[in-house]
Ligand binder design. Structure first.
Ligand code: CP
Length: 326
């Protein structure tokens, strides 16, 4: 497998976007540019002195209308490591609870002259709605079932670290594809970079028109695993399910859970990934999630900080009037 060469243009043309609402709309060389930008932050974060001041004086607001551990904390750490003032909006005690609309909330944040706003929301499209109303870059930290672009980018960074190239790489994504913004963003990102993406789920958890996304559809997990280079497991998103989508968690585990025995169907050096949070003993067995040398789950978290540093730094260049980035 040879590494594809993505040559990107100089200056702002390398990433001409004003925000990051989704992977949709990004060219492969723009994704590659962000992966290259993130690499320097992987190295910085592995050293003792992790602080830079390039975002000094800027204010970043994290507005998370849905729960999060990894994404919220890594955006906070990312902003602080680059020297920004980072404010986490406490949604549970905010005026949203008094009935303030999303647009009014967005206009309020805008009036405070934030330099970047990071948003997670349960409604697909909510982040674009806000991005259309405010003056600063908006970064999507996950909106409903739509997209979670920084998750896909950090996953690509994790895969590139281990496998170096994407062209022809067989990536099996298994779980609740229907409700998963992570699956959607990863499919867009990985197919754009040349990977051969397989998706696997029970029929009730597979979107009807998924083939349009240039993936191969499986309902038999063993078949989907055969020869896979990367196995990405997703949790059942019970909070987005109304009605019964699976017969029982026990049955689901039997058919779609990743065990050590099942993993042997994949390539002998296949990576195991999971965006978290995991439901150990349902979609993934503990001894697979913790498998040294194969499981990339903690590496994904590490790459998340670096990728979010890259996204914040690149997207604030225009506001910082960085040379060549007007
Ligand atoms: N992967 C992910 O989005 O995790 P959190 O919900 O903890 O942010």
């Amino acid at each position: 497998m040879t590494a594809p060469e993505y040559i990107y243009p100089e200056g702002r043309a390398a990433f001409p976007h004003d925000g990051l609402v989704g992977i949709a709309g990004l060219a492969p060389h723009e994704i590659w540019f962000l992966l290259d930008e993130a690499q320097q932050w992987v190295e910085l974060n592995r050293g003792a002195q992790k602080r830079r001041d390039m975002l000094s004086g800027l204010t970043i607001i994290n507005a998370f209308f849905e729960n999060s551990t990894r994404t919220l904390l890594s955006f906070e750490i990312a902003g602080k490591r680059l020297g920004a003032d980072v404010v986490n909006m406490a949604v549970a005690t905010s005026s949203v609870k008094k009935g303030e609309t999303l647009i009014d909330t967005a206009m309020t944040l805008n009036a405070m002259r934030a330099d970047a706003i990071v948003i997670r929301h349960s409604s697909s499209g909510a982040v674009q709605l806000i991005a259309d109303k405010v003056d600063c870059p908006v970064l999507n930290a996950g909106d409903g079932q739509h997209e979670h672009p920084t998750q896909a980018l950090l996953d690509a960074l994790t895969i590139r670290h281990a496998k170096r190239a994407f062209n022809g790489l067989r990536v099996t994504i298994c779980g609740d594809i229907l409700h998963s913004r992570v699956a959607r963003s990863n499919i867009l990102c990985l197919t754009s970079l040349g990977a051969d993406v397989r998706v696997c789920a029970p029929p009730a958890l597979m979107p009807a028109d998924i083939e349009r996304m240039n993936v191969t559809v499986f309902h038999d997990f063993d078949a989907a695993l055969a020869g896979a280079d990367v196995v990405m497991m997703l949790r059942l998103q019970m909070e987005r399910m109304e009605g019964q989508f699976i017969p029982s968690p026990r049955e689901y585990r039997h058919l779609y859970g990743l065990s050590q025995e099942r993993l042997q169907l994949a390539e002998s050096n296949a990576l195991v990934m999971h965006p978290g949070p995991m439901n150990r003993g349902i979609e993934i067995e503990s001894n697979v999630a913790d498998m040294i040398g194969r499981s990339q789950i903690t590496t994904q978290v590490e790459m998340g900080v670096a990728m979010r540093m890259a996204c914040l730094e690149v997207l604030t260049r225009k506001g910082r009037k960085m040379e060549g980035w007007a």
